[in-house]
Design a protein around this ligand. Structure first.
Ligand SMILES: [Zn+2]
Length: 264
């Protein structure tokens, strides 16, 4: 593990807050590029290498196993560190932290600060796009990043037993599950059960107008975040204390950027 002065590390990461600009409900807009860099297509060329990006650490594990109360970072700080990892990655500055093949760092326990609920789509691997490693992210993946009782139980476990404090629902551009829900009609096998969970997002997108697919993808992430926030008693209670926060975001397959779409 590299050693850095915590204050400088956090300051550097906070300087990158603009890279994860939060937006109101509605169509997904192009992401905000890192300071001094013009957004371009493709990974690696869009973000200028800055000292701040280099200095921002991975959203590493909490200092004590499962001890959220001892974590000095605010949930805003944790989300900022997470988004800084995305900026590093798409800027070609990934540090690939915590990827010791022996697993020695986490073999005896885990305390990931962040849980990510995202799609099973092979193009959306959270540890890659957030430049994270072993023990950093508690990842739950299911087509359409929908919320089921099993998903809620997994997040509850992370919050209750691992000290996880930030929960991100990450939808993505051109999601096949959302496209299928938008298409409607008969679906084979077990798909109807999955698509039923996306129907509220289709309804929200239709009401918004504009690009239905873009809006449905963002709405689907926001609705999942709402369901997590309202899950009694564990998650709703933890969020009410301020120690845990939930946000929704969308991943842009063209640029690699993650943009927050949390409902205000
Ligand atoms: Zn998908």
């Amino acid at each position: 593990m590299r050693t850095r002065t915590p204050g400088l590390v956090l300051l550097s990461a906070l300087l990158l807050a603009a890279c994860g600009a939060e937006r109101d409900a509605g169509p997904v807009h192009p992401p905000v590029a890192a300071a001094g860099a013009a957004e371009q297509s493709g990974h690696g060329a869009a973000v200028a290498p800055t000292a701040a990006v280099h200095a921002a650490p991975a959203v590493h594990a909490a200092p004590a196993h499962g001890a959220a109360g001892s974590d000095a970072l605010s949930t805003d700080d944790i989300f900022t560190l997470l988004m800084a990892g995305n900026v590093r990655w798409r800027g070609g500055l990934a540090e690939h932290p915590h990827q010791d093949a022996t697993g020695a760092m986490v073999a005896n326990g885990q305390s990931p600060r962040v849980a990510v609920l995202t799609c099973a789509d092979s193009r959306v691997p959270p540890e890659v796009i957030f430049d994270a490693g072993l023990g950093d992210l508690f990842v739950i993946r299911v087509a359409g990043n929908v919320v089921t009782p099993e998903v809620l139980a997994s997040i509850e476990y992370a919050v209750e037993h691992l000290g996880t404090r930030a929960i991100l629902v990450l939808g993505h551009e051109r999601c096949g599950a959302v496209k299928a829900a938008l298409a409607g009609g008969e679906a084979p096998g077990h798909l109807p059960a999955l698509l039923d969970r996306i129907k509220p997002a289709v309804a929200e997108a239709t009401a918004l107008g504009g690009d239905r697919e873009t809006n449905a993808i963002a709405a689907n992430a926001r609705i999942a975040a709402d369901l997590i926030r309202d899950a009694k008693p564990i998650l709703k209670g933890a969020i009410a204390t301020g120690k845990v926060a939930v946000r929704a975001a969308v991943y842009d397959l063209d640029t690699g950027a993650v943009s927050l779409v949390t409902r205000k």
